[in-house]
Write a protein that binds this ligand. Structure first.
Ligand SMILES: NC(=O)c1ccc[n+]([C@@H]2O[C@H](COP(=O)([O-])OP(=O)(O)OC[C@H]3O[C@@H](n4cnc5c(N)ncnc54)[C@H](O)[C@@H]3O)[C@@H](O)[C@H]2O)c1
Length: 419
């Protein structure tokens, strides 16, 4: 018997909707067919419309027109953070099954509205917490479930963002300001909160948080620096210089034609001339000390779960490499995860090192293979074969932790009940 091929409509065909998931979906013609696209940007509609063979009459610049009726079995919502709630509610009402980018919203009331709407219209929903599908994180879950470390008692989670990633996304880029995006703890760390809750296997009872925007502010601008990197005499020495982040690093990487973050500045195929033009005319050439950013560059969250597990999450910008370093402490052993390497120490036994490799065709799509497996998981969900690991309900639960953490941070670190 032949597989069912599900039709897919995508709203927001940018880095995630087009380059990441769009390309992955398009690689599986035996499972999916992309039939409709909606994006305010005509250039993107044209590039991805051609790439995914979507007829011109099925490409929409106007979301009102696109949402006049249900266009496909599945909708992928990959618009900016502030749009998700509106697009999700509309999609539920039209009867779509939904793959939605995170964060869903930064408001507790809107989380409730999403759950209610899903209940009313009966949609299948997966939220893009891609790390839940990444082999290394699943392996950690498997070890905990095996009982090897006894009862899990405490989690210590560090999220180094990486100095250039912070500058790119959270100082100069789309996630720099809560007015146009979401607080850092949701925009960046909602994956981490989701995983912590997944490992804790319990609802979070209370939360407190401290953190601040310390460095990327005008008072820290070095003497003699300028508003834009092209006019700055420190452009060859400052590590945050756009020329160093986008040209030097791009050359060091072998001048890739299709790689993030360079393809955010320049259309593919990326060239040096296109990057320079973007630096000299667009937002990514602004001095990091003189942007309209307000999101934190370091934050710590403390959590107490209803089953007694305690967890801390610490994110900060000031590190060479991004990724995650995770420690799980159990009554009979401990687990350390550093990207793809897991160290398991069962008390009284030799320490074991477990290397988790991701097939190269999956690794190409980042998040430790999570992007590719999420797209496979979407098919399983449609076929009714998945326990919906990143279901709306689970995602709302971790969003509520983030929402309360931000409330706590803004109130000076007060401990708050999550429910
Ligand atoms: N799951 C992850 O790990 C992960 C990683 C990065 C980003 N994200 C999230 O994915 C989402 C998209 O991020 P991105 O990097 O692709 O951004 P992007 O800016 O590259 O793409 C967003 C696209 O949406 C379009 N758009 C904006 N408003 C629209 C509207 N009302 N109707 C139609 N199109 C509209 C824009 O023109 C743009 O092409 C964000 O919410 C972001 O936080 C998730």
């Amino acid at each position: 018997m032949q597989n069912k091929v599900y039709t897919v409509a995508i709203i927001g065909v940018g880095a995630r909707g087009g380059n990441a998931y769009g390309k992955l979906i398009n690689k599986c013609p035996e499972k999916y067919k992309i039939t409709h696209l909606c994006d305010m940007r005509e250039d993107r509609l044209e590039i991805f419309g051609e790439m995914f063979s979507v007829p011109v009459e099925n490409r929409y610049t106007d979301e009102g027109e696109f949402f006049k009726k249900k266009r496909a079995d599945i909708i992928l919502i990959a618009t900016p953070d502030t749009e998700h709630i509106k697009h999700c509610l509309k999609a539920f009402e039209l009867g779509y099954d939904v793959l939605c980018e995170k964060p869903l919203t930064d408001k507790a009331g809107e989380c409730e509205a999403l759950l209610e709407a899903q209940k009313k219209y009966g949609n299948k929903v997966l939220v893009c917490h891609v790390l839940r599908y990444a082999p290394a994180y699943l392996k950690v879950a498997e070890i905990i479930d095996s009982g090897a470390i006894g009862r899990l008692v405490a989690i210590n989670w560090t999220e180094p963002v990486g100095y250039w990633h912070q500058a790119h996304s959270y100082v100069r880029g789309n996630w720099r300001n809560t007015e146009i995006s979401a607080p850092m703890i949701l925009a960046k760390s909602c994956h981490d909160l989701d995983l912590i809750q997944f490992y804790a296997k319990s609802r979070c009872k209370s939360v407190s948080s401290i953190g601040d925007l310390t460095f990327f502010k005008p008072e820290n601008a070095p003497e003699g620096s300028a508003d834009r990197c092209q006019n700055c005499k420190l452009k060859d020495s400052c590590p945050y210089s756009a020329y160093r982040i986008y040209i030097e690093r791009w050359r060091d990487a072998g001048c890739p034609k299709t790689e993030w973050p360079y393809n955010v500045l320049a259309t593919e195929p990326v060239t040096e001339d296109k990057i320079i033009s973007a630096i000299e005319s667009g937002p990514y050439g602004r001095c990091v000390f003189r942007c309209d950013n307000n999101v934190v560059d370091h934050q710590t969250v403390q959590m107490l779960f209803e089953n007694g597990i305690t967890a801390t999450l610490h994110m900060n910008a000031f590190n060479l490499h991004g990724g995650r370093r995770v420690a799980m402490f159990g009554t009979y052993g401990e687990i350390f995860l550093d990207e793809k390497t897991i160290t398991l120490s069962v008390f009284g036994k030799p320490t074991e090192t477990i290397k988790v490799d991701v097939p190269t065709d999956e690794a190409d799509y980042a998040h430790g293979g999570g992007d590719a497996r999420l797209i496979s998981g979407l098919y399983d969900m449609m076929e009714g074969n998945l326990s919906m690991e990143t279901s709306l309900e689970a995602s709302v639960e971790s969003h509520l932790i983030g929402i309360k953490a931000e409330e706590s941070r803004l109130s000076g670190g007060k401990t708050l009940l999550v429910h």
